[in-house]
Write a protein that binds this ligand. Sequence first.
Ligand SMILES: NC(=O)c1ccc[n+]([C@@H]2O[C@H](COP(=O)([O-])OP(=O)(O)OC[C@H]3O[C@@H](n4cnc5c(N)ncnc54)[C@H](O)[C@@H]3O)[C@@H](O)[C@H]2O)c1
Length: 285
Amino acid sequence: MDFKGKVAVITGGASGIGRSVALALAKLGTDIVVADLDDTRLGEVRKEIEGMGRRALAVHCDVLKDADIDNLAEETFKTMSKVDILFNNAGVSIRGRMENISMKDWEWIVGINLFGVVRGIHAFLPHMLERGSGYIINTASGNGLVGSEPPAVASEGIPYTASKFGVVGLSEGLFGYLRPQGIMVSVLCPALVRTSIATNARYIMSDSEKKAKLQDAEKLFTKNMGKAADALDVMESDDAAQLVIKSMEEKRFFIITHESQYEHLMRRGQDYRKLEKYLQDAFGK
Ligand SMILES: NC(=O)c1ccc[n+]([C@@H]2O[C@H](COP(=O)([O-])OP(=O)(O)OC[C@H]3O[C@@H](n4cnc5c(N)ncnc54)[C@H](O)[C@@H]3O)[C@@H](O)[C@H]2O)c1
């Protein structure tokens, strides 16, 4: 795939994986539209991209809001005239026990993680269909592939897992629908990538429990846990970005950051009875 002269729109592009992909694509000659809630970091990324000699547009955008996504599309077409790559990447996490998660919190996380992706597609797909080309990458998670095994922590991450399963299902459906129409779709399923995801999360728990969770996350993000549990090895966001680029070049549907995720996929893919047995053995009775 030739990235030169292409235009990419990246939500959640001010930090972490989104920022790394923005910079990696800009290095390859792509002009970038970064969209995010964080105006300060947005401005910094825009300057970095311009410093690389590429055109850059930074748009304040809350993917929870239809009007913000409409505005993102309007500003993008006004400035860049086209979109070749849509990276629906903005995402958030909630940690808390199922019984303590309010409907408002559910609406927040599903509204960003799943409907944010739907909104992006809604806004940009007609343009891609008209041109008969384009590349859509949706960020799900390793937790979008497995609900109950590492890296998912089912008891405290159920809303996150549910929203990310939605993104995987949406992406699979889109792949089948759009591939014959010249549009490629991939789903990015990171396991553990060093970013601000843990500090940006909502914690539905006491302050002391939240402090302990943040300390755990800090530990996870600062050291690798050893070979036995590669799902818990930390990947740098710049390396995740390189994987995204390589996977786009190879037109791969699943972009998987950690080898051990394939085991989880196989357990699902081979035979649901094996998954059933695994769940019984691990959590049953
Ligand atoms: N880091 C990991 O280990 C990991 C693992 C699995 C999945 N993911 C997914 O990767 C994606 C990127 O996250 P990250 O790890 O780079 O974290 P991050 O917190 O560093 O980046 C996320 C960005 O999204 C932005 N954002 C949050 N809510 C938004 C909204 N409503 N509208 C627009 N922008 C919004 C944030 O301001 C931030 O800049 C997310 O979808 C996340 O769920 C990350």
